[in-house]
Design a binder for this molecule. Structure first.
Ligand code: SAM
Ligand code: SF4
Length: 335
């Protein structure tokens, strides 16, 4: 359960001295893809699913987090771009005083048509999930034969002038591990960064995890052999282990939640589409902030609640002992 503790001073930090600067906000848990590690049977609406936060509720929520010093928001989901009024929501968030960075993570659906509109709404950073550059394999992983469309979306994002573009690739043994060099080469010449993400065990995917989990360390040694060098962890950079190469503009990051000290640099909290605060992706509980989002008059109460709850952010996940918390899949709380 999430513990509520008294927070001594702002800006936002937790009991373990970690500075919290980054909110991942899910706009919907609906998704149109069927990624084999996430929603292999496609999205199914849970019984009694609460409605997602309205634009007004989102605005109050973001104002609350901005007041305590949080400056970066990532819009995620499910597939965030399926949310009606996505651009209006992004533009409203980008206009909140104190929010200086709005980012998004997408499966690339309709990105080729909408990249300019996302950028015009004030989103400056975009992560596009691409797990394979082989059309049939992409289709087998996601349930959609849309690789060329997603790649066109990546080009459209570059043309639209995002200042940070990343490709997210989930590493999977015997699924795409033979493509790692090709994926590195694909981004290396393009001013695009790459994030290799270890497949994470959730409540819904233990068998998939056992069959396909590949430690990030295996990629690290390959990168080092190809002239990539690890850079020192930068303050506020989050838990990715980052690599640079003298001939590449983009960086490569490895998100390895099973590595030692992964949680020590965690600088984020998550809020689900219906307004539940999750302090850890793999935690046991969440707290409903929605009752504090009904009117602007509740701002101070919301701020106090955020301060108290976030102060008690758990020091680390318990994945090493096989405990993935209560998260069924990452689409449910915003990965
Ligand atoms: N639908 C969007 C997308 O796929 O980019 C945004 C939401 S998705 C949950 C965010 C990121 O989490 C994606 O890059 C996805 O590949 C990753 N992801 C989902 N489930 C995962 C898992 N079990 N292990 C590791 N990464 C996962
Ligand atoms: Fe949808 Fe993203 Fe999950 Fe894939 S990873 S099923 S695109 S939410």
């Amino acid at each position: 359960m999430i513990q509520e503790l008294r927070h001594p001073v702002s800006p936002l930090h937790d009991l373990h001295g970690r500075h919290l600067e980054y909110l991942r906000l899910s706009l919907t848990d609906v998704c149109n893809f069927r990624c084999s590690y996430c929603l292999p049977d496609g999205y199914r609406k849970p019984k009694h699913a609460p409605a997602p936060l309205s634009l007004e509720e989102i605005c109050r929520l973001v104002r609350g987090f901005a007041t305590v010093g949080l400056w970066k928001i990532r819009l995620t989901g499910g597939e965030p771009t399926l949310r009606a009024g996505f651009e209006d929501i992004a533009a409203t968030i980008a206009a909140v005083p104190g929010i200086s960075r709005v980012a998004m993570t997408t499966n690339g659906y309709r990105l080729s048509e909408r990249a300019g509109a996302y950028r015009a709404a004030g989103i400056t950073a975009i992560n596009v999930s691409i797990d394979s550059l082989i059309p049939d394999r992409f289709s087998a992983i996601t349930g959609h034969d849309r690789l060329s469309e997603v790649l066109a979306g990546l080009d459209a994002a570059r043309a639209a002038g995002f200042d940070c573009i990343k490709v997210n690739t989930v590493l999977m043994r015997d699924v795409n591990d033979d493509e790692l060099d090709a994926i590195v080469d694909f981004v290396a010449g393009k001013d695009i960064s790459l994030r290799f993400i270890e497949v994470m065990r959730t409540n819904d995917n233990p068998d998939f995890f056992t069959r396909h989990h590949l430690p990030g360390a295996s990629v690290a040694s390959r990168l080092e052999r190809c002239g990539w060098s690890r850079i020192a962890h930068q303050a506020g950079a989050g838990p990715a282990i980052e690599y640079v190469h003298p001939d590449a503009t983009g960086r490569i990051g490895i998100i390895a939640p099973y590595s030692r000290d992964f949680c020590a640099s965690c600088n984020r909290v998550r809020v689900s589409a219906s307004g539940r605060l999750h302090l850890c992706l793999f935690g046991d509980g969440s707290v409903d902030l929605r009752p504090l989002l009904r009117s602007d008059d509740q701002h101070d109460e919301l701020v106090n609640r955020i301060l108290c709850l976030t102060y008690g952010k758990p020091s680390a996940h318990r994945l090493h002992s096989g405990n993935s918390g209560t998260t069924p899949h990452l689409a449910s709380i915003g990965g």
